[in-house]
Design a protein around this ligand. Sequence first.
Ligand SMILES: Nc1ncnc2c1ncn2[C@@H]1O[C@H](COP(=O)(O)OP(=O)(O)OP(=O)(O)O)[C@@H](O)[C@H]1O
Length: 260
Amino acid sequence: MTTPNLKVDDLHVSIEDKEILKGFGIEINGGEIHAIMGPNGTGKSTLASALMGHPNYEITKGNATFNGEDLLEMEVDERAQAGLFLAMQYPSEVSGVTNADFIRSAINSGREEGDEISLMKFIRHMDDKMGKLEIDSSFQHRYLNEGFSGGEKKRNEILQMLMLEPKIAILDEIDSGLDIDALKVVAQGVNDMRSDDFGCLIITHYQRLLNYVTPDKVHVMMQGRIVKSGGPELAERLEAEGYDWIKNELGIEDETVGQE
Ligand SMILES: Nc1ncnc2c1ncn2[C@@H]1O[C@H](COP(=O)(O)OP(=O)(O)OP(=O)(O)O)[C@@H](O)[C@H]1O
């Protein structure tokens, strides 16, 4: 078994000719949980979308490898099948496709023909994970995210992660809109995945999630790149003091890419 590895080096990404990521770099290995914090508009979601291969995001420079393979050359479905997972900040609603059907086809798309998960095994597995996440069993028959509350959508993203068992997961503001109990349940879901065969990048604005999921590294992102890295104590200081001290320390005058 090879340890999962996501390596991003000097990544530059533009949207509609506006450069958002300006030399972003990170390396995440199996067994590691990294957190990225940063002011609004610094490109955190852009990073997540670009790594998943969203067509609107143009990579103008730099590279990214996933388990040694050129990630940027892979199609979107190939990235998912290889074990890269993104829990989106704003999960989409898909009418006509039930939650269970969506997750089952996602699991099977990563498997060889003849090796598909059996219906019985799938149901048992899904019941188990839904129980852990305290999701009502009726949700498996509801259309994907349709009419789900904000917090239910976030729990559903974690359900997908637990079911798909990715090698590296990017969780984009998975804590936004969660009540305290749901936050703990979601955090437990992430902690259940912790192993040498799983690495995670948590994008968040608040330290509170990191009280329950202790990150190995915390990175601060500004102006489209990481400007400072440290341990969990960095997140605590950001929560207490905001970003001004980093801007002063590094001589950064403006935290948003848009205003440059
Ligand atoms: N589709 C798009 N078209 C034009 N500009 C975009 C598009 N998507 C993102 N941007 C711009 O890119 C910049 C970075 O946005 P992004 O969502 O990556 O930031 P973020 O760090 O995730 O912000 P937040 O913390 O508010 O979620 C912003 O200025 C945003 O307006």
